[in-house]
Design a protein around this ligand. Structure first.
Ligand code: UTP
Length: 468
């Protein structure tokens, strides 16, 4: 730990001396905390970042020229493609059976839009039982383990602010029946929040205002936490990556995993048909043989609106943030330090202390947070693969409390999926209101058919139906 003099000299050099303003009032533990935080910052790099991303508005990371990226279509276009999809599914199943696949959930976000007090994964989302997001994923993992006869380790990225609450939640719920040892929590890195004057903000007299460094922090956090080594020890070759706020996601999808492996892809992604030119999904593009995801806000409007001769959108492929990533790719990217993902600027309201030391949360953005995005690793991969999926089956983002992409719309999609699954196996759902099917039993249509056949279910009725 640096001494006061060392800290003071360093901060003076980078015009951040205000961070030591209350030093004389702090006790030993508080001084240690503040000094450790300051020591953890690479001020030279940060100064350059403040210059490029706070004092100016950075140009988004974009390739010079790009085209819409090709993808494997949802439905095979011909018999040869159908056979290839079948082969991929079988191969993916064999990889699952031999324990080569782990799940990775990114759960370090702050979930400010949802406005829920607690880690987002502890949000009660299920339409009938109110099961939490974490519980649903745990159930789906347990069901897949049963199907493939092998453990599926689960890596969960948390942040400095929600790690303890997340771990306690799992402990209280006895890991939802999973083995304690198969769940590995790892904490992502932080970045200081910076006021518009270029000064770092303080959360208290002895602590900087630090925020999680974006889901791009996953790659480096896997390395620094030892989780990557753990994967290697466990023989994990493929990571099934998804976000904590999408309860419809198939936690493992044999076809997706199999195609990733057969195509020798390093990083693959699920792609969805966008509902309109400006839907808030990243756009899959290709440039000089590399795949990029260009944020919806960065794609020029004339390109977003451009159409093929048949009237369909040219840039139709949007990203729901579902990936398969090879462990070897993460190892390569992090072998010599941080993977060098670009930083994105986010203007946010950041609670901080003022010159008198009083804490306040502003009512409009007062600071810049720096975030990196995991999809910026895609152009770093020599080989990628995109697979189209059906939105109704895979993507129900829970971003807001009401309206678009909300808990409400997500529950409606979960009910619609349950009704569709039961209908295709001949069950009459016309007299049912809300239906929830436990992912502990059913994670695909075949499971639903087996479940209903075993129990002789021909119809379900009632305001709220739960199939356990
Ligand atoms: P979002 O971009 O939706 O951010 O994260 P958020 O923090 O959850 O929500 P808002 O923007 O404050 O309302 C997408 C996914 O990435 C994870 C989130 O937990 C979510 O699963 N994430 C995001 C992280 O794990 N770490 C981060 O630093 C940011």
């Amino acid at each position: 730990m640096s001494t006061y003099e060392e800290l003071s000299a360093k901060l003076a050099k980078y015009k951040q001396s205000h961070l030591l303003r209350w030093w004389s009032e702090l006790n030993a533990a508080e001084r240690k905390n503040l000094a450790t935080q300051i020591d953890g910052i690479d001020f030279r790099t940060l100064a350059a970042l403040i210059d490029s991303h706070v004092m100016k508005r950075p140009a988004p990371p974009m390739p010079d020229t790009f085209e819409p990226a090709p993808f494997f279509s949802l439905r095979p276009a011909n018999a040869a493609m159908e056979a290839y999809y079948d082969k991929a599914t079988e191969y993916g199943e064999s990889l699952l059976c031999s324990g080569k696949v782990a799940c990775l959930t990114v759960a370090g976000g702050q979930g400010t839009r949802l406005g829920f007090d607690g880690p987002k994964g502890t949000y009660p989302i299920a339409p009938v039982t109110g099961k939490t997001l974490f519980n649903l994923f745990a159930d789906a993992i347990a069901r897949n383990q049963e199907k493939y006869g092998a453990k599926i380790p689960w890596f969960i990225m948390t942040s400095r602010t929600n790690n303890d609450a997340t771990v306690t939640f799992f402990e209280k719920n006895k890991f939802f029946g999973l083995d304690r040892g198969q769940v590995c929590f790892f904490v992502q890195g932080t970045m200081p929040a910076v006021g518009y004057d270029g000064k770092l903000l303080m959360e208290s007299k002895s602590s900087l205002a630090l925020s999680p460094d974006g889901h791009g922090g996953t790659l480096w956090a896997l390395r620094t936490s030892g989780a990557l080594d753990k994967m290697a020890e466990q023989g994990i070759d493929f990571v099934s990556y998804f976000q904590v706020d999408n309860p419809l996601v198939p936690v493992v999808d044999p076809k997706f995993i199999g195609l990733h492996a057969l195509e020798k892809s390093q990083m693959s992604a699920i792609s969805l048909s966008k509902t309109g030119p400006f839907e808030k999904l990243g756009n899959f593009c290709t440039s000089h043989g590399r795949t990029w995801i260009i944020e919806y806000s960065d794609l020029p409007p004339e390109l977003a609106e451009s159409r093929n001769p048949d009237g369909s959108l040219r840039f139709v492929a949007g990203s729901p943030a579902i990936h398969i990533i090879s462990r070897s790719f993460i190892e390569d990217l992090t072998a010599n330090g941080k993977p060098g993902l670009p930083w994105h600027r986010a203007d946010k309201k950041v609670g901080c202390i003022d010159e008198s030391g009083a804490f306040a949360t502003p009512d409009k953005p007062n600071a810049v947070k720096f975030e990196s995005f995991v999809f910026d690793a895609m152009p770093m991969a020599e080989r990628t693969m995109l697979l189209e999926a059906d939105r109704a089956e895979e993507f129900a983002p829970t971003k807001n409390a009401t309206g678009v992409d909300s808990a409400e719309s997500c529950r409606a999609m979960m009910v619609a999926q349950a009704k569709r699954r039961l209908s295709v196996c001949g069950v009459d759902v016309s007299q049912a209101g809300l239906i929830e099917i436990s992912p502990r039993r059913v994670v695909c249509d075949a499971d639903a058919a087996e479940y209903c056949a075993k129990r002789g279910i021909k119809s379900v009725a009632g305001e709220k139906v739960y199939l356990e």
